[in-house]
Design a protein around this ligand. Structure first.
Ligand SMILES: [Ca+2]
Ligand SMILES: [Ca+2]
Length: 167
């Protein structure tokens, strides 16, 4: 055990979790000092064919370097654990939707996220309509984007169960 474990951002995760994360990271990457690329990341989480994998990668890749460091993986684990509040979950979801990371969700981003979530449910035409009515209903300040508050209202209205553990 090096002194990696004593860094402050690891404190919220247990030793057991840290050990597991370390083992997994080492197995895939061979070293704790280099970063996982998106392909390795998908393999690590067994997300091979999952279209959400890339989006998830961007959420975990906090500094946007295009690789996920061991530190970022641990932060991811820690964030999940501390995500007991609905507010925190909403923030993660918001980040998931906000692909370009500009802090607001465009029509295009809404469409993409909906398609990722359930591709088989949304043929093109339906999706367009759905996005349009979603924006009409929830873009309350009519700026063409969903801000965090507007997004939260959408999630609440969509019946998203934020108390479960699935995200
Ligand atoms: Ca955006
Ligand atoms: Ca808006």
């Amino acid at each position: 055990m090096g002194n990696v474990a004593s860094a402050s951002h690891f404190e919220i995760i247990s030793h057991k979790e840290l050990r597991r994360a370390k083992k997994r990271f080492l197995k895939i990457n061979g070293s704790l000092d280099s970063e996982l690329d998106p392909e390795d990341f998908k393999r690590a989480l067994s997300l091979g064919g999952n279209p959400c994998a890339e989006r998830l990668f961007n959420v975990v890749d906090v500094d946007g370097s295009g690789g996920v460091s061991f530190k970022e993986v641990c932060q991811g684990v820690a964030n999940r654990r501390s995500m007991s509040s609905k507010e925190a979950k909403l923030h993660v979801l918001f980040k998931f939707y906000d692909k370009d990371g500009d802090g607001r969700i465009s029509r295009h981003e809404v469409a993409e996220a909906m398609q990722l979530a359930c591709p088989e449910l949304f043929p093109r035409a339906t999706l367009e309509q759905l996005v349009q009515s979603t924006m009409q209903m929830f873009d309350t300040d009519k700026d063409g984007y969903l801000n965090f508050v507007e997004f939260s209202n959408l999630m609440k209205a969509s019946g998203m169960d934020l108390s479960n553990d699935r995200i």
